[in-house]
Design a protein around this ligand. Structure first.
Ligand code: NAD
Length: 309
């Protein structure tokens, strides 16, 4: 019996592997094609087996399933950067949709006992300031090509549970931050630019609101749901920390004793979602999940990791 983790060389997947090796006795197999967003160095010393494979490769993935006989899959692999999806969404359709469907087909074929699909709050679209947070029954309304591809993959996962009885769980999480994230993303970019005394570009006026969760809290929620979650269900995972981008940037600059004059407002991202917010009631009731890291502690840990790496 083995556990297969896709995308384990990426940001959340690698943090998940660091937790998982201490939580599971089963052998862990990581499948990742080492795209630009990955960092193999971060997982190379872990007691796992690594397969450099593309999840859209039907034959090679079939070989991996046959060889390692996984019973559980944690599916993190994805193209994950909204800006890239706006420039060209073809890879997003390939990996996020076709890659996921390939893994679903193999999971049916090889009688997988749990397929945990990692998804995002962005599938629900954008909230106004006064709207209540997203719940698991909020209709999907993706607003950019990345979130459309993730919404599509969520629908396929749900239909494979309904149609083929595949034991699935879907989680939709808010914005993660923490060690090991690629510098293209907001928080690593801010930290890196403060360290180099470079301008910090902020979309629009920085008024967009995101809910932030420390990556270790997200990974712990996934492991809790492995033990106590209900098959066929979907769960929101939020950090209970809504912040305007501009306030987040100022917090980081102040924690690093940087200069707020580095902030530079740039043209807004096309179709930029105004606000995301998550209602954690369901996962609280199901597995007693609460985010353990407040933003200050999480940011301090994150900044310190980037300073040392
Ligand atoms: P990431 O871009 O840092 O890592 C993705 C990993 O997947 C990389 O290691 C990459 O090499 C791998 N990968 C990409 N395409 C692949 C392919 N075709 N075959 C094999 N491996 C492939 O992304 P992340 O931020 O760690 O996100 C992981 C998952 O969590 C994604 O599904 C994402 O949608 C979801 N998610 C992310 C956030 C966030 O804030 N980062 C929030 C909610 C949900």
């Amino acid at each position: 019996m083995t556990i297969l983790v896709t995308g384990g060389a990426g940001f959340i997947g690698s943090n998940f592997l660091h937790q998982a090796v201490n939580c599971f006795s089963e052998k862990i197999i990581c499948v990742d094609n080492l795209s630009y967003a990955s960092d193999y160095e971060q997982i190379k010393d872990l007691p796992i087996e690594f397969c450099n494979a593309n999840i859209i490769d039907q034959h090679y993935c079939d070989y991996i399933f046959k060889k390692y006989k996984p019973k559980t899959i944690f599916h993190f692999a994805a193209e994950s950067h909204v800006d890239n999806s706006i420039k060209d969404c073809s890879k997003f359709i390939d990996t996020n949709v076709h890659g996921t469907v390939n893994l679903l087909n193999l999971s049916v074929k090889y009688d997988i006992e749990r397929f945990h699909h990692i998804s995002t709050d962005e599938v629900y679209g954008s909230l106004n300031y006064e709207d209540p947070p997203f719940t698991e029954t909020t209709p999907y309304d993706p607003q950019n090509p990345y979130s459309a591809s993730k919404a599509s993959s969520d629908h396929f996962v749900a239909t494979y549970h309904n149609t083929y009885g595949l034991p699935t769980i879907i989680t939709n999480c808010s914005n993660n931050y923490g060690p090991r994230q690629n510098k293209e993303k907001l928080i690593p970019k801010i930290i890196s630019n403060v360290l180099q005394n470079k301008e910090i570009p902020i979309y629009g006026k920085g008024e967009n609101i995101r809910d932030w969760i420390f990556v270790d809290d997200h990974c712990r929620a996934i492991i809790d749901l492995y033990h106590y979650g209900t098959v066929g269900e979907k769960y929101n995972i939020g950090g209970e920390c809504e912040l305007r981008n501009i306030d987040l940037v100022r917090r980081i600059i102040n924690l690093m004793n940087g200069d707020e004059k580095l902030i530079k407002f740039v043209d807004d991202r096309p179709g930029h979602d105004l606000r995301y917010a998550m209602d954690n009631s369901k996962i609280k009731n199901a597995v007693d999940f609460y985010p353990q890291y407040d933003i200050k502690t999480g940011l301090r840990k994150t900044i310190s990791w980037y300073e040392n790496n």
